[in-house]
Design a protein around this ligand. Structure first.
Ligand code: AMP
Ligand code: DBH
Length: 558
């Protein structure tokens, strides 16, 4: 595995504050309106453990045996893990990379980190060494919590390699080891509650410009979105949420996800895999009432539902989002699965939109929802001007670039002052990079993107990041990665490559090269085309627009 440092612009140290606070007058308003309530996640779990003590909080299946922990047990485990972390010197403000698959332990580990005052950094199981090194370096992480092996990958070995390469990482804690069991058995102790208006964790962006940026979210702001998500999705104490997507991702974590379910006193069932067989088995056995999927998975479930012998009758609501769910697929889901459909359009940076359970069918099938909060400010602006401000709105009903600002949308990425200067408007609106049309009801239709990101069925691939990996190949002079439409995933990646003089790299070689750089499999280009030169724009920049046009023409001509 490559251990060279990452090259390219995104590897340059970008500095700046850990957290860009909301201006005082906004913060005062968000508190006065009751959005920010001054509660931390640790304090929330105290309250939940009292209110729902013996009710089931989490259900998982690590190695065949089902783990089933009540709120009181979850609370106890989180207290012990917190004490164990603090005993090892991992305390307030420390960053802890959490790389866990969908196992019940995810919940006590994350709440344990919170109670220790440390900040989870939510990596995905698909991330590999290069990405983890980047997150560890960026965040100056003190520890990594992971599993031994999962789906054939040796996570513990990868975590150790990261610890060897990144000096700040002093602890690799592996679930299932004696060392972890000892940590998790530490007697609970009183620990100071962190500042609720301070950073609670670092979430990852999909990475619109190179490697993912870290997103600082506070207890106050995130808990507001979690509380409202639980309400909007109709969660009750007797709801059962099935977490099928990797639960560290913002969507299954909070929309309404694990945290929304906990907040409502409901149970979360962790599906070890998202396939229809696994999911349907768990829906039947655990009487699951609600789940959340991405469109390609929704399509697979809808098809499989036609021939399953499983009883899916408990399922009341299926959320679909993360990528555009077209009207046709949205319309098929309810009848196929015997449930209601709720579209969700969100981002780890903040803004989350839902169709409401009482919206009319045209709105549910044809839009991606409306914002959670009356104080989510939405501007749909000139899509051709990357510097468009909130004042440059397009006429009502027209397509434009979405800018947003509000009580749970960040004002800046973690230590990224230079990037923040373009990712946000001077008055604090986040440039989402999404192209939307707004209906008079406030519902948004997502019609595309302005930013260079390929959405592979909900897994976001930053063109620039893959380009940088390709550019590291000695035979590659230039690389440009664009989206190609795909019936199943919505989009796939196509890498255009200009070889260096006289070189003739093969497609297989280039794909293997990217994979060997230690990146998630979903970032290895699906298609690779070797060409003599790229089309250029007026000022000589590679024209991705023309590459996309060429690709589309190629596809049409077979
Ligand atoms: P991430 O940066 O990984 O948090 O991904 C957020 C992005 O996913 C959004 O900015 C959108 O581009 C995309 N996205 C999420 N949900 C939807 C949806 N329902 N329809 C279309 N795009 C979506
Ligand atoms: O894609 C996303 O990031 C996303 C989708 C739905 C999200 O962050 C969310 C809901 O909260």
């Amino acid at each position: 595995m490559s251990t060279e440092p990452l090259t390219g612009p995104q590897a340059d140290a970008d500095s700046g504050p850990d957290h860009v606070p909301w201006p005082a007058e906004f913060a005062a308003h968000y508190r006065a309106a009751g959005y920010w309530r001054g509660q931390t996640f640790g304090a929330l779990l105290d309250t939940l453990a009292r209110a729902y003590a013996d009710r089931t909080a989490v259900v998982g299946e690590p190695a065949g045996d089902t783990v089933r922990w009540s709120f009181a047990e979850l609370d106890e485990r989180a207290h012990r893990i917190a004490a164990g972390l603090v005993g090892r010197g991992i305390g307030p403000g420390h960053r802890v990379l959490v790389q866990l698959p969908n196992v019940a332990e995810f919940a006590p580990v994350v709440f344990g980190v919170w109670r220790a005052g440390a900040w989870p950094v939510f990596t995905l199981p698909a991330h590999r060494e290069a990405e983890l090194r980047h997150f560890a370096t960026q965040s100056e992480a003190s520890a990594i919590v992971t599993v031994d092996r999962h789906e054939g990958h040796d996570h513990a070995a990868t975590a150790r390699a990261v610890a060897d390469a990144v000096r700040s990482v002093r602890h690799v804690l592996v679930l299932g080891t004696d060392e972890f069991a000892e940590l998790a058995a530490t007697p609970p102790r009183e620990l100071p509650d962190p500042d609720p208006s301070g950073v609670a964790f670092l979430q990852l962006s999909g990475g619109s410009t190179g490697l993912p940026k870290l997103i600082p979210r506070t207890h106050d702001d995130y808990l507001y979105s979690v509380r409202e998500s639980a309400r909007i999705c109709g969660l009750r104490p007797d709801s059962v949420y099935l977490a099928v997507l990797p639960v560290a991702h913002n969507y299954p974590l909070s929309s309404p996800g694990l945290l929304g379910a906990l907040h409502a006193g409901a149970a979360t069932v962790f599906a070890p895999r998202p396939d229809a067989d696994t999911a349907f088995r768990l829906i039947e056995s655990e009487r699951v009432t609600v789940s959340g999927v991405v469109p390609p998975l929704a399509a697979v479930w809808a098809q499989a539902a036609g021939r399953t012998a499983r009883d899916l009758s408990s399922l009341e609501v299926l959320l679909v989002g993360g990528a555009k769910c077209g009207r046709e697929l949205a319309g098929r889901l309810g009848p196929a699965l015997g449930c209601r459909v709720q579209q969700v359009f969100g981002m780890a940076e903040g803004l989350v939109c839902y169709t409401r359970l009482d919206d009319d069918p045209d709105t549910v099938l044809g839009t991606q929802g409306r914002p959670i909060s009356p104080d989510d400010e939405i501007r749909v602006v000139d899509p051709d001007d990357p510097a468009a401000s909130a004042a440059d709105e397009v006429p009502p009903g027209e397509v434009g670039a979405l800018l947003t600002r509000g009580p749970y949308t960040i004002r800046g990425y973690y230590r990224a002052a230079a990037h923040n200067a373009t990712a946000f408007t001077p008055d604090g609106f986040y440039r989402t990079g999404d192209l939307v049309r707004r209906r008079p009801s406030g519902h948004l239709e997502v019609v595309g993107r302005v930013k260079e990101q390929i959405n592979r069925g909900g897994e976001k691939v930053a063109a620039e990041e893959v380009e940088d990996h390709l550019m590291a190949h000695p035979d590659v002079l230039d690389a440009a990665v664009v989206a190609v439409s795909d019936d199943h995933l919505g989009e796939r990646t196509c890498a255009y490559v200009v070889p260096t003089d006289g070189a003739d790299p093969t497609v297989a070689d280039l794909r293997r090269f990217v994979a060997d750089r230690g990146v998630a499999a979903f970032k290895v280009p699906d298609l690779v085309r070797v060409v003599a030169e790229f089309p250029v724009t007026g000022v000589g920049k590679t024209s991705k627009r023309e590459l996309r046009v060429a690709l589309a023409a190629h596809a049409e001509n077979g």
